[in-house]
Design a protein around this ligand. Sequence first.
Ligand code: ZN
Length: 169
Amino acid sequence: MCSKPFPCAECGGIPAQTTGRAIYPHRPDLFHKFFYLCGCGAYVGCHPGTEDPLGRPAHAELRKARGQVHKVLDRIWMSAPNQYERGGKLTPQQLRSMARKRTYRFLADRMKLTEDECHTAMFDIEQCREGASIMSLRMTFRGAAMTTKSTGPTPFTRNPQSAPPKSLR
Ligand SMILES: [Zn+2]
């Protein structure tokens, strides 16, 4: 039983379910995975172990852009436990989970999207640009000029007035 696919981010078409055998014929390790393939050649994967699409099918350029935005977002919430003193009852996983929610809520608010829409796998190329720009501005606002490609401070910096991040030293 497959869930309803999201329309293609490239052409608006409705993709059909397929498997890794069709998408990556040279990767037998992916044959068991499900994908949604549009008539225009765009595709998207599924949540691990499910037939539920991650988002809207995309061509290579958009998949790459989404990956870049995703990386910026990951860097922010994944580093959250480093921003706190050790101790207390919250585990690093809980701190990351809280930070992840905040990061995506922040982005959804700025992009005027619902939380369901605010996933990089749903983005088109313009939204990738917008998302990258917003996260970059957010980081710049915290005191360090940078691009989305560099590593650096996050919105969860414990003491934003302190020394610049390691990456800028
Ligand atoms: Zn398409």
